[in-house]
Design a protein around this ligand. Structure first.
Ligand code: DGJ
Length: 538
């Protein structure tokens, strides 16, 4: 009898273990797609990364208090922070994960999530984070050669020894994370940082030249890839023959992407977290040549090359430091593709950038993260950090308690957004039986519009039902009119409630009426608000 009980106990343990194992597999963060919309699943549900990226030299234990002060001040739910190859593998083959341990522990204590940035072969196009044993052996781990035969400050993607070293180190990092982070504190990993080369379109070394004069790889000659690269479907031959004036840039993009794809695949084989590569952008409006921007990174024109060369990379992401609403909105549009989840892992901290989060969320983007949130000095002043982060903090504060809902609505295609442009012009949002008009500026009585001094107005509308909407925004005035099946009908606001989301439920603080809605609709001031609007036709 006793023996039987023991046997049952062992059996039970085995089943429970298997169930826990399956649960963990299910709970792995991953990026999914539905009808062209994406979601980053964390703990099995869509998650919106309200991120902030630390400065480059802040991932040292002595600097972390400043980083956490910034994360808190910002109401961020995700910290992006580098891990440095030069620190992780200071001695060849000996790995030191102590900083990763510190990051994991402190991130958990702050109840947020981590995105780790693997600063390795490329950091902004250079090799500056390679360990000393590589930097001191330039013959084995060479840089690229420019057209004039000079070595430039960028590692060559054509060198097997460099690839082998990076692959081994990244695999070790991912293997360690799998062991050290069963609860998935780390939800994504960036492989390299703004890879590519400044000051040359490609590597002109004899080795690279030989490969360049060979045939274009079969992966790029598939009709759908050629079409996406605007080449004839039957093109074939050398890089020059197939890609003509773009041959140098596309060759470098292929070489870098192939290298990163192999590093990523080795890491993923250890631990299958979502992986992404970030891009130093080119002008999205003028189709310039790669001598005006970093060549070889995942700029908008070579996304199809990266998708073909690096299938282990889940997401290609724009680092947005551009000016002008037309440029910024165009870039967001270019990286929001059925085959690519929209994620902005870096953006300027300039106040005007905050509004673009609205567009990213509405498109079902998985996250947004301005760069350089911490004070960048060990003795940095907290008040300075709070002030600098305020434009982002006020939106994050509103989004944070409802980020799961926002991520789900974005994934379901239920959100539409407008961001004020430089001309301050009103914009409309079609919602089926209703059209919302968003005007920017202070005009809460009548039509006497005083434009916003800086174009920072923003609004998103979530369609919960035919006549029921959530409106989130700032520095704008929202009015509705009947459209479609409601066209021409007399209508009115049933209720406009101001409140916030708590645990999945909208909790009103008050009903807005009278002066607060009589002038066409609710006005949203400089502090973002969440409103629930219910309309009726008579
Ligand atoms: C973009 C890089 O990816 C970051 O690491 C940092 O160097 C910023 N530029 C600085 O603006």
């Amino acid at each position: 009898m006793k023996k039987n009980i023991l046997l049952w106990f062992v059996l039970l343990l085995l089943v429970a273990n298997k169930a826990i194992g399956q649960k963990n597999t299910y709970l792995m963060p991953r990026v999914i797609e539905k009808n062209g919309h994406h979601a980053l699943l964390v703990d099995g549900k869509p998650f919106l990364m309200l991120g902030g990226q630390a400065h480059n030299s802040s991932a040292w234990p002595g600097m972390l208090p400043q980083v956490w002060a910034a994360v808190e001040a910002m109401h961020a739910n995700t910290l992006e922070i580098p891990i440095y190859w030069e620190q992780v593998e200071a001695t060849q083959g000996k790995f030191d994960f102590s900083v990763i341990d510190t990051l994991l522990l402190q991130t958990r204590a702050h109840k947020v999530k981590l995105v780790l940035l693997w600063f390795a072969t490329w950091k902004n196009g250079s090799n500056h984070y390679m360990p000393h044993w590589m930097k001191n052996n330039a013959a084995k781990y060479p840089n690229v050669t420019n057209k004039k035969g000079q070595l430039i400050d960028s590692p060559s993607p054509n060198i097997e020894a460099t690839l082998e070293a990076d692959t081994r180190a990244f695999a070790a990092v991912m293997r360690y994370l799998k062991k050290a982070d069963p609860q998935h504190t780390v939800i994504m990993v960036q492989v390299e940082n703004e890879p590519g080369a400044w000051d040359t379109q490609r590597d002109y070394s004899p080795l690279a030249q030989k490969i360049f004069e060979g045939p274009v790889p079969a992966e790029l000659l598939k009709p759908e890839v050629l079409k996406a690269l605007k080449r004839p479907a039957n093109a074939t031959g050398t890089w020059k023959q197939v890609f003509e004036e773009r041959a140098d840039e596309y060759f470098h993009a292929w070489s870098v992407a192939r290298f990163i794809g192999k590093v990523a695949a080795a890491g993923k084989a250890e631990y299958a977290l979502p992986l992404y590569v970030n891009a130093a952008l080119r002008d999205p409006l003028t189709n310039p040549m790669a001598n005006s921007y970093e060549s070889g990174g995942p700029t908008d024109n070579v996304i199809p090359i990266y998708k073909a060369a690096a299938p282990a990379i889940d997401v290609l992401s724009p680092d947005i430091y551009l000016d002008g609403s037309e440029r910024i909105l165009k870039v967001i549009e270019l990286y929001d593709r059925p085959d690519n989840a929209l994620f902005v892992p870096e953006a300027s901290l300039a106040p005007h950038m905050a509004g673009y989060i609205y567009d990213v969320i509405a498109r079902g983007g998985i996250g947004f993260s301005p760069f350089g949130i911490d004070s960048n000095r060990p003795d940095g002043k907290k008040t300075e950090t709070v002030e600098r982060l305020a434009p982002f903090a006020q939106d994050y504060k509103v989004f944070a308690p409802m980020m799961r809902e926002l991520a789900q609505w974005g994934f379901d295609g239920k959100i539409k957004a407008v961001v004020e442009r430089e001309d301050n012009a009103a914009q409309t949002i079609d919602l089926g039986a209703w059209q919302a008009t968003v005007t920017f500026g202070s005009n809460w009585r009548g039509n006497d519009v005083t434009p916003n001094a800086k174009p920072n107005g923003r609004a998103m509308i979530i369609k919960l039902g035919e006549n029921n909407f959530i409106v989130i925004g700032a520095l704008c005035h929202v009015t509705f009119k009947p459209l479609g099946s409601n066209q021409g009908k007399v209508w009115q606001y049933l209720t406009v409630e101001e409140g916030q989301y708590e645990k999945g439920v909208f909790k009103p603080i008050r009903i807005l009426n009278g002066d607060e809605t009589d002038w066409g609709g609710p006005r949203l001031g400089s502090t973002p608000l969440v409103l629930q609007v219910t309309l009726s036709v008579r």
